[in-house]
Design a binder for this molecule. Sequence first.
Ligand SMILES: Cc1ncc(COP(=O)(O)O)c(C=O)c1O
Length: 436
Amino acid sequence: MQTRSQTASETLYERANQVLPGGVSRNTVLRRPHPLYAAHAKGCRITDVDGVERIDFANNMASLIHGHAHPAIVAAVSEQLQRGTAYTMATEIELRYAEYLCSRSPGFDQLRFVNSGTEAVMGALKAARAFTGRSKIAKVEGTYHGLYDFAEVSQTASPATWGSVDAPESVPVAHGTPRSVLDDVVVVPLNDVQRSVDILTRHAGEIACVLLDVMPHRAGLIPADRGFVAALAQWAKSDGALVVCDEVITFRTTYGGAQQRYDLTPDLTAMGKIVGGGFPVGAIAGRREVMELMNPHGDNYLLPYSGTFSANPITMTAGLTAMRLFDNDEIERVNRLGRLTMEGLRSVIHARGYDASITGAGSLFRIHMQSDAPTNYRDSFPSFDAGERLQAFFDSLLDQGILLVYSGTGAISTAMGERDVEQLIGAVDSALASLG
Ligand SMILES: Cc1ncc(COP(=O)(O)O)c(C=O)c1O
């Protein structure tokens, strides 16, 4: 019998396992039996080291709003590269980009650039604690806000650990998370106004901020109800707590971020992903009075904040170029493609009578292997069977030239058009047929 020869990705993965735990630096690229290794990418197409080209709906975890190697970004960054990549001096490009982002949202009086979404959320939570003098953080069950100890609590809660919905447990992600961290995180259920307000009220006067993502990806990419967002913001206001909005993913949905759609003006907003124009980034923006906590020359300097690579000129150049190109017309165009995608996917699922559903909004969508679209984290928690079907589904799409995020999530980029969406919908239809 002829043996199959190893693919280039398999060979690299064997080597990688010797020096990288699990063979990778980030679990997001892992898949069984091995990750695919990228060779190059352009626009909405990515080619792996075995020469297979796919349409990229993963877009580096929804961070590439213009797809890969956009000519304007490549040109601007190439020019900046010649002039240096990082200085122990402030830069004009950092100032220009801060002015530009502040002009996009009425809630952004001031802004600080950091290096990741994790760091932006961490900085915002620290600022909320410094401003209020309180230590507790409230967050929605199952939401992903990056790796900061407090922000990651409950992100991987499971039926065995999550406790009663009337008082969800603070479940650690990392072994060894101090008990004091868990005690300082109050967990509320998504879209359940009464329970959430009751839980928050039990901690009245102790909560520094309510941390909100209005469409939390890990909790199911379910748009939060307007009433839920308004009730939590109202509760925070009346209790003297701040509202911190995590727009690391959702900023792409509207010109001034998803908060604009909810008529929400948070005290602080954490950003990341698309605002880096393809490079590592985070940003904390918000109300002047709160942001001034970071001003060493101010009257209320309570939060020292620095970072070696914060506001590095490469990211600033790429980010400003990318965000200027992502104007209202382009936002409307990708959101329209997002609507077409979700409608098309719902229609093939319906026609096949398959146990699957779609959530999402704007240019983001997610496929769940359950017939009713989930409404909160507990609802969206996949059964073993659904997990297996998702893996088979994902593999079938890969074979048909489509790359999604492993969770079944996709992000439209401006490099895409209707034909790419049609190709995705056709591939999903075939994948569902093959799953039977
Ligand atoms: C909503 C949200 N917040 C924070 C983060 C963390 O961002 P980063 O991966 O840049 O640290 C992510 C990353 O996926 C995210 O989706």
